[in-house]
Design a protein around this ligand. Sequence first.
Ligand code: NDP
Length: 444
Amino acid sequence: MSYVDEVIERVVKENPSQPEFHQAVKEVLNSLRPVVDANEEKFRKDALLERIVNPERQIIFRVPWVDDKGQVQVNTGYRIQFNSAIGPYKGGIRLHPSVNLGIIKFLGFEQVFKNSLTGLPIGGGKGGSDFDPKGKSDREVMAFCQSFITELFKYIGADTDVPAGDIGTGAREIGFMYGQYKRIRGLYEGVLTGKGLSYGGSLARKEATGYGLLYITQEMLKCHGQDLKGKTVIVSGAGNVAIYAIEKATQLGAKVVTCSDSNGWVYDPDGIDLAALKEIKEVKRARLTEYRNYRPNAEYHEGRGVWTVKADVALPCATQNELHLEDAKALVANGVQVVAEGANMPTTQEATDYLQANGVFFLPGKAANAGGVATSALEMSQNSERLSWTFEEVDAKLQGIMVNLYHNIDNASKKYGFEDNFVVGANIAGFEKVVDAMNAQGIV
Ligand code: NDP
């Protein structure tokens, strides 16, 4: 049995009931075969892949808090410190009822390669809890965040592990977590990113993941003699990533006609009204059913359906495994040219294979959504030097990072004979840097 197959088999056996983690490991290791096969003897002797797929540290803890009725609630908190070969652990905190160990491990594993691809000195980690901020009062969210940090503070710090936002963790939650960390540690340090601008946050961090997604998509199109201008775009999600992907796509001259949340989706043939969307999601924290109050000509549908709309470019920006094989078939039948992942692993393996086999340019999340973590690393730099850069400075650096990242993955795919297969390119380029650092640091 090949070394890759052996390690995949062990991961499945040793991590039962973690399907998302298995999926991420299989996707990465299968695409690394050209590199692993060429170094099989050395990698096997060094147990390199076993060290890559096993997190350095896994922290699981109880998070008790009191709700508005005086009832004590108990959630589970997680922090997976996956790999610190190239820098302090870095990765978001997800607050969503679906969170479990396997989901946080899949996200942490992906984060290792993504962070490597940014070219910045950040290792990979991820955290979260099965707490659902939706429908909670601000006081309840604060009570949860304070309890969460009261345990997590022991394991994080500006030079050890720097968490950030993710699904369910926005500026409000980061603010509560930062306040509690500062209170306990008595340290005013850059321990979290995604902070508010008045206390160490970076301009353009909020926009970074969505903007970065469009910068890399535009660069890829440019290198293939095309442009986003005039293209029709469909987006899923209506959160941080989706909103700023819609904003940048519109600025670049495309027309975005859909968005969605976990209840339903909107089709607006005239192009999504961004001001209305921000008001609904960022100010009122309401549901997309409200969109028609602003745009009576738009359609609102319950359930799923974004991928049935005809478009040139599809940007899944909600959550993992939201674009299935039948969706990929509908996209191809409608002539889609590009699928670029704003979310982490939103496309199933079967759907990815189908899209690639049918000539669709597919940009995987670990490359396409890396603008968020890259800008988080820029926030860390600003905190360290006690300076704040302008929006334009940060945005220009973000753009440069995404353009370099594209060429990095494009070159890696060509080097191994997989031109335009950006899944292979991203995994190999991300892996090579981490492996180089791990080899240099010995068996640790
Ligand atoms: P938000 O919480 O801001 O938004 C998530 C959006 O996706 C919401 O519209 C939400 O709808 C929808 N959604 C979440 N879960 C589901 C589900 N199970 N089914 C259908 N819709 C769902 O999160 P972000 O925008 O920050 O994150 C979106 C994705 O991007 C995630 O995969 C995240 O890991 C990834 N990502 C985020 C980065 C960032 O900087 N924020 C960086 C890199 C990746 P509802 O409100 O109804 O739940």
